[in-house]
Design a protein around this ligand. Structure first.
Ligand SMILES: [Zn+2]
Length: 496
């Protein structure tokens, strides 16, 4: 017999099976039981969270032939129930909007909808990826969706609800399917494994649940991949052989180099991670997740339950978490989150990631900019030293960029104490930027990619270059296109 992938074999069959969507299941059950079923539903949510399963379950609830009327507990055995579950029932028409985008498809649907169902109570249209419909198709659908015949129900599913016209959304009951929690995926995978009579290490199941990233289908696909290896038991060794090199481990290695201030090695880690098939967005996400884990271990203590990792990994992470202080984590997370958002749309996403890594690995250099300014005869240092920036300050929430520059707003007397980071930077490296000519700089500034990078990194690099080139810090912070941000950055760098 042909192998059926787990995601299909164990698709949820009843409302009670819907993992991680209990609130939606209850609402739909009550609607069916109370005979208050709307004629149009819109299920939204990321892939693999149960939208299509829920649509089929609702269809079974409406059409189960074992019952005289619609029932919240379909039998799952009658012909209707079985055919609906397979997606082949004559009265439950599943349409993939991605391949039927045109207005003609919807006209056909509209014409057919007027005929009564062949044998069931309702004629149900399940339209998957409904956001793919053309404008004309949506318009053709509107009238039918507003006042469908009594025997017609629409269930639409989409991963991108923002692309569905408001006119459609407002004619439906909308249900937002949430990403499924790691624990729920973990529990479900364990159930399936015991049903299949297979053994697996806890660590393996946990890792698969984490990799699933909130999508049950992704989790099941990964499990399928592991099972296809044919091992009798899923051990950590099998997993390491099959799944790509642990991305967590790659990111951990990356931050060892960041902590050692080795930008070159950090970039090699980035290259390895990306060449192993990770997308840049996913990579940025895992960097942010890793930083959060380290921050929690640093702030909440080594044994905090908020961090969900095996004990062996935890020890390594605790060690690494001590290498940065809390403000640095806040800063790094803020920076990497901006990068993560930018890589989606940027044409130079890789450059943004690389620049961010260099920025992190060279934080010590950047944080000693005031010394550079002092060396070239800049502002008196006392005036620019302020206490740690308000951690709740809005904008970027990065300690280095939130406080205004003292020289620009000398309203309050400078404080007496200087807050410095616990581990002062090892060395101050000479700035390579000082060899750049001003013509080169001007040209670089006009480049959109550079401008994007400057916005991202508060133009810190540029400010150093200018200060060194001109030998006059004050002039540079008082004028020039990047001065506002660069001035802010300089004083704040110093505080760290
Ligand atoms: Zn049935």
């Amino acid at each position: 017999m042909a192998y059926t992938v787990l995601a299909r074999k164990y698709r949820s069959q009843t409302f009670d099976d819907l993992v991680g969507q209990e609130a939606i299941a209850t609402t739909l059950k009550n609607a069916v039981a109370g005979d208050r079923v709307h004629h149009g539903y819109l299920f939204t949510g990321t892939r693999g969270v149960g939208k299509t399963s829920a649509a089929r379950i609702l269809a079974k609830a409406l059409n189960c032939s074992k019952h005289e009327v619609a029932t919240p507990t379909p039998c799952c055995e009658c012909e209707s129930c079985r055919l609906i579950a397979e997606g082949g029932d004559i009265d439950v028409i599943e349409i993939d909007a991605a391949s039927n985008t045109g207005v003609d498809n919807i006209r056909d649907l509209r014409d057919n909808a007027s005929y009564r169902p062949a044998r069931s109570r309702f004629k149900i249209y399940i339209i998957d990826e409904v956001h793919m419909l053309s404008t004309g198709a949506f318009n053709a659908l509107l009238k039918t969706l507003e006042e469908p015949p009594n025997h017609v129900k629409f269930i639409m599913a989409t991963t991108e609800v923002q692309k569905v016209p408001a006119t459609i959304v407002s004619r439906c009951q909308r249900f937002d399917f949430r990403s499924i929690a790691i624990d729920a995926i973990d529990g479900h995978l364990r159930n399936l494994l015991s049903l299949e009579g297979l053994e697996a290490d806890d660590a393996v199941v946990r890792r698969v649940a984490r990799l699933a990233n909130g999508s049950m289908r992704d989790g099941l696909s990964i499990l399928d991949q592991l099972l296809s290896f044919g091992a009798k038991a899923l051990t950590v060794e099998v997993m390491e052989d099959i799944l790509p090199a642990s991305h967590d481990a790659q990111v951990a290695a990356l931050f060892d180099h960041v902590a050692d201030q080795e930008p070159g090695e950090a970039l090699v880690c980035v290259e390895q991670a990306l060449s192993s098939g990770q997308t840049m967005e996913r990579f940025s996400e895992s960097v942010v997740e890793h930083l959060r884990t380290l921050m929690l271990l640093n702030v909440c203590g080594a044994e905090t339950e908020m961090v969900d990792v095996p004990q062996t990994v935890r020890e390594q992470l605790v060690t690494q978490s001590q290498r940065f202080d809390a403000p640095t984590y806040v800063y790094m997370i803020g920076l990497m989150e901006e990068v993560r958002r930018s890589v989606r749309t940027s044409a130079v996403a890789r450059a943004l990631i690389d620049a961010a890594m260099v920025r992190l690995a060279m934080a010590a250099n950047f944080s000693d900019i005031q010394t550079l300014l002092d060396q070239v005869g800049g502002a008196p240092s006392g005036e620019t030293r302020r206490p740690t920036a308000n951690p709740t300050a809005p904008k970027t929430a990065t300690p280095r960029t939130t406080a205004p520059r003292a020289t620009a707003t000398p309203k309050r007397p400078p404080p007496e104490t200087t807050v410095r980071r616990p581990d002062p930077p090892k060395t101050t490296r000479p700035s390579a930027a000082s060899t750049v000519s001003s013509a080169d700089q001007a040209r670089a500034h006009r480049d959109p990619a550079v401008q994007q990078a400057m916005n991202l990194f508060d133009a810190t690099v540029v400010s150093v270059t200018r200060a060194v080139d001109s030998g006059d810090a004050e002039k540079n912070t008082a004028g020039g296109d990047a001065s506002d941000e660069s001035g802010t950055t300089k004083s704040n760098e110093r505080q760290r």
